[in-house]
Design a protein around this ligand. Structure first.
Ligand SMILES: Cc1cc2nc3c(=O)[nH]c(=O)nc-3n(C[C@H](O)[C@H](O)[C@H](O)COP(=O)(O)O)c2cc1C
Length: 293
């Protein structure tokens, strides 16, 4: 009995400590933001917080209510007979296409000279020919030529990019970019006649409010972006591939895009400025990028 009367206050004190610790823990935020996270082994600042590849297949099994299947039960199949070239022509065409694409460079100095709208529309049509997971075509290309909207985009991007460069990216990334002489000043966002903002649709939103799974949406949209870059090159236009870190939500609101769309890429498009320069980069030779087994 005497032992119990000594132990009870001690047990109560320990219990209070444990409860206090649990309460404190539960108040801590679950994740740290990229601007506060200290650089460490797992520091990956280039992973945009708004850009998870979230093909929502698991959600469908648990809560089937809000989701629909594609609906097309029996799609007719039609003959496909694309043009076939003699080997010599194939060789020539493949070489010419390589030569064209090898001329492509990321250009950060653009001319304000107007570009025919129809050319840009054809380029975007071409991007829309990309393959996509289960033919879901999970992309939206927002074409901006309005001067004020371009400027608003520049303000958002420059504000976030300054924080990216000064805080989020970390010394190593900033150091790796130094040779490209990039920084948070993005004059081309005002100057380029067109900005193309490419959004991935994480899922489809149907008019009846149901959702449709967009399988591999990020891979699909990335392929479309690659085709778009090739089409721009083919038309004699230039761009620079940009992925402005943590600007997605603000740009989505500015451009009045729905919640299922996330910004993947922002491309200023136009002719190069007459005094444009590019870093003198070299590309890896075939032996370094291909393994033939
Ligand atoms: C996914 C991706 C993101 C990029 N982001 C940027 C960017 O934010 N700003 C920029 O100036 N260049 C950006 N670039 C362009 C690269 O710096 C450029 O492609 C690389 O230096 C090679 O140069 P090249 O495109 O002239 O061959 C990006 C390229 C890729 C593929």
């Amino acid at each position: 009995m005497a032992l119990m009367s000594v132990l009870t206050p001690a047990l109560a004190a320990v219990l209070c400590l444990v409860i206090g610790f649990i309460l404190l823990k539960s108040r801590e935020p679950e994740t740290q933001t990229s601007s506060t996270k200290a650089p460490g082994k797992d520091f990956r600042p280039w992973v945009d917080q708004d850009l998870q590849d979230d093909t929502e297949t698991t959600a469908r099994e648990d809560e089937d209510d809000g989701w629909v299947d594609s609906g097309e039960e029996d799609l007719p199949h039609v003959p496909y007979t694309p043009r076939r070239y003699p080997q010599e022509t194939m060789l020539q065409r493949s070489h010419e296409f390589y030569a064209l694409m090898n001329q492509r460079r990321s250009v950060r100095f653009l001319s304000p000279e107007p570009v025919p709208r129809e050319v840009i529309e054809n380029v975007i049509r071409t991007a829309g020919t990309a393959p996509s997971g289960a033919h879901t075509e999970p992309w939206t290309f927002v074409l901006v030529s309005d001067t004020e909207t371009k400027h608003q985009i520049r303000l958002i991007v420059e504000e976030e990019e300054e924080v990216n460069y000064r805080q989020r990216m970390g010394d190593k990334w900033v150091h790796d970019l130094a040779k490209l002489r990039t920084n948070w000043i993005k004059e081309y966002l005002d100057v380029a006649p067109y900005l193309v903002l490419i959004f991935k649709q994480t899922h489809g939103l149907l008019s009846n409010g149901k959702k449709k799974t967009h399988y591999y949406n990020e891979i699909s949209v990335s392929i479309a972006c690659g085709i778009l870059l090739a089409a721009l090159q083919n038309a004699g236009l230039v761009t620079v591939t940009t992925t402005p870190l943590n600007c997605g939500p603000q740009l989505r609101l500015l451009l009045k895009r729905p919640v299922n769309e996330k910004l993947l890429m922002l491309l200023p498009v136009g002719y190069p400025a007459s005094d444009a320069t590019v870093p003198d980069l070299k590309r890896k030779p075939l032996d370094d990028i291909m393994v033939h087994i």
